[in-house]
Design a protein around this ligand. Sequence first.
Ligand SMILES: *[C@@H]1O[C@H](CO)[C@@H](O)[C@H](O)[C@H]1NC(C)=O
Ligand SMILES: *[C@@H]1O[C@H](CO)[C@@H](O)[C@H](O)[C@H]1NC(C)=O
Ligand SMILES: *[C@@H]1O[C@H](CO)[C@@H](O)[C@H](O)[C@H]1NC(C)=O
Ligand SMILES: *[C@@H]1O[C@H](CO)[C@@H](O)[C@H](O)[C@H]1NC(C)=O
Ligand SMILES: *[C@@H]1O[C@H](CO)[C@@H](O)[C@H](O)[C@H]1NC(C)=O
Ligand SMILES: *[C@@H]1O[C@H](CO)[C@@H](O)[C@H](O)[C@H]1NC(C)=O
Ligand SMILES: *[C@@H]1O[C@H](CO)[C@@H](O)[C@H](O)[C@H]1NC(C)=O
Ligand SMILES: *[C@@H]1O[C@H](CO)[C@@H](O)[C@H](O)[C@H]1NC(C)=O
Ligand SMILES: *[C@@H]1O[C@H](CO)[C@@H](O)[C@H](O)[C@H]1NC(C)=O
Ligand SMILES: *[C@@H]1O[C@H](CO)[C@@H](O)[C@H](O)[C@H]1NC(C)=O
Length: 496
Amino acid sequence: MQERPTSVRTDAMILVFVLAVLSRLAGTSSDSQSSQVVLTKGFSASPSSRVDAFQPVLVDQSGNFSLGFLRVNRTGLAIAVLHVASSQPVWTAGSAAGSQSWSDHVEIRFDGNLTLSDSSSGHVYWSAGEAGDRVVLLNNSNLQVQRLSGRSDGSYDVAWQSFDYPTDTLMEGQNFTSGMSLETADGLYSMRLGSDFIGLYAGFSGSNSGGQMYWQHKALEAKADITANGGPIYARVEPDGYLAMYQNSTIPVDVEAFSTYHRNISAFRLLRLEPDGNLKAYYWGDSSWKVDYQAISEFCELPSPCGSYGLCKPGGGGCSCLQNRTDHKPGPCATLGSGNLCSGGSRFTVLRRNGVELPYKQLMDYQTVSSLQDCESACAANCTCHGTVYNNRSGFCYPIYYPVQTLLSVGDEAKVGYLKVSAPHGDGSYKVGVGVGALMSVLVGAVVVGVFGLVGYRVWSRRGVTGYLGGDNGASPGPYKDLASASFRSIELTGK
Ligand SMILES: *[C@@H]1O[C@H](CO)[C@@H](O)[C@H](O)[C@H]1NC(C)=O
Ligand SMILES: *[C@@H]1O[C@H](CO)[C@@H](O)[C@H](O)[C@H]1NC(C)=O
Ligand SMILES: *[C@@H]1O[C@H](CO)[C@@H](O)[C@H](O)[C@H]1NC(C)=O
Ligand SMILES: *[C@@H]1O[C@H](CO)[C@@H](O)[C@H](O)[C@H]1NC(C)=O
Ligand SMILES: *[C@@H]1O[C@H](CO)[C@@H](O)[C@H](O)[C@H]1NC(C)=O
Ligand SMILES: *[C@@H]1O[C@H](CO)[C@@H](O)[C@H](O)[C@H]1NC(C)=O
Ligand SMILES: *[C@@H]1O[C@H](CO)[C@@H](O)[C@H](O)[C@H]1NC(C)=O
Ligand SMILES: *[C@@H]1O[C@H](CO)[C@@H](O)[C@H](O)[C@H]1NC(C)=O
Ligand SMILES: *[C@@H]1O[C@H](CO)[C@@H](O)[C@H](O)[C@H]1NC(C)=O
Ligand SMILES: *[C@@H]1O[C@H](CO)[C@@H](O)[C@H](O)[C@H]1NC(C)=O
């Protein structure tokens, strides 16, 4: 469904808008503006030091969405399209380059080409790449650079649109094609389309290029088949409450229903790849985003719910460590080494644990071997292998080619984990060191989390961006998650 702006604004209207924006630059509010607004050639705006969360530059006709400067990590800056009522960013750009900070040197400029640049050095951080005559934000959050079509009706064509470059969110009506990906802000998790499926991937360092798939949804092809030469598939969130996959027809090759499927709810919908690697759909109702779907419903099936060398007990049993520490605190269980076992002279010790399983083993490669010994020895000799999980009954041997993440705790003692732990600088006194060192880091960590967690929370609240998508499924052990995110924030705050 292509939306086309219905009218062409006069210059006077644009002037009024520009003045309105300029007068608002100093304010911190992101209140909405009810008229449709447009950026024309010659527009530029810079962030104000008095704004502590989001500074709008352009709003859509409905006032539901706004394009502007978003503070990232307090001092950094990105341009973002925000859902105004929840302060939820639905699209961001320009933050990947990393270095630009919130300063009045930075400007959004439209001179035919929409850019984020440094006005003193001229350095361009981000550019839409396709030139046009005006910039509009549609009421579905799609940011478009539009070009005069040259037709007699004075209509515009789309030169560039943000819907073709999603970040972690797919909006209702937005086509997700095989050339796109959704990615979490840290780049760890991504969603992509295969020839007949949707896949979620974890880019744990060292994993094969493209990452380790941890969730897959294959097209059912109930109403239409995927044909070999019908072209690539694409996916779209539909207003009736489902995620559809299509090939070259309007009849979907797959329908993944949300909870409100066919319930005739006329609310705005979106699909988001969460920082923990889950994929969730939401609808906007009663002034908040309601969870309508989640790809992974069991906490332990997330790609790494308890961090590296963690152990997750299904059924709400929470997190512990593969190493026999009962005092598990937030953070990775084995902090030793970066996990690179191939760098010269790297040594490792071995951690063995019975009753463990890989969380997404059905998506991992395995070999059938005749003994535990055969499974482990192949891994022991290969530095790209970080461990194995062997099933003593079936003979299946799963090698792990990325730094060890969370394993599942299962009752079956015949499932044996063999896990390499890189030793610090070949220190022979490793075993003792772990106990004391780990205890120390836990204690220090607890203090740091305690102090900065509080500061972090205050600063975060003050930012005003409090409406991030909630909807925890309740399966995650609360304290673990809360503390973990508090400690991340403290790192962000003290990093600069
Ligand atoms: C999505 O794809 C359909 C079918 O190809 C097309 O008609 C529609 O205009 C596209 N929508 C957007 C927002 O690009
Ligand atoms: C968005 O715009 C389209 C046409 O441009 C219109 O049909 C629709 O009602 C609008 N939606 C809202 C929420 O304003
Ligand atoms: C958009 O605005 C309309 C009218 O103000 C409101 O009813 C609707 O809930 C809003 N939609 C979203 C997604 O914020
Ligand atoms: C827009 O600006 C960028 C950065 O200066 C440049 O690489 C790109 O070619 C420009 N695009 C157009 C269409 O002028
Ligand atoms: C889709 O592509 C296949 C293969 O080219 C073709 O047989 C089929 O008719 C196409 N379907 C539509 C609806 O265009
Ligand atoms: C869906 O809701 C609209 C308005 O709320 C109503 O007019 C329509 O009849 C409903 N359709 C069904 C199938 O219930
Ligand atoms: C962990 O510690 C408990 C109690 O100290 C002991 O019974 C258990 O065997 C240990 N497990 C492992 C895997 O070392
Ligand atoms: C180590 O394992 C990787 C992945 O299976 C394989 O490509 C490589 O050849 C192996 N290296 C050795 C020395 O066996
Ligand atoms: C594996 O199976 C063998 C033979 O069935 C048995 O002797 C051995 O104890 C089993 N090992 C484990 C760890 O279950
Ligand atoms: C915020 O800072 C942290 C730590 O410096 C960094 O890891 C993270 O990527 C930053 N976030 C963004 C969105 O740049």
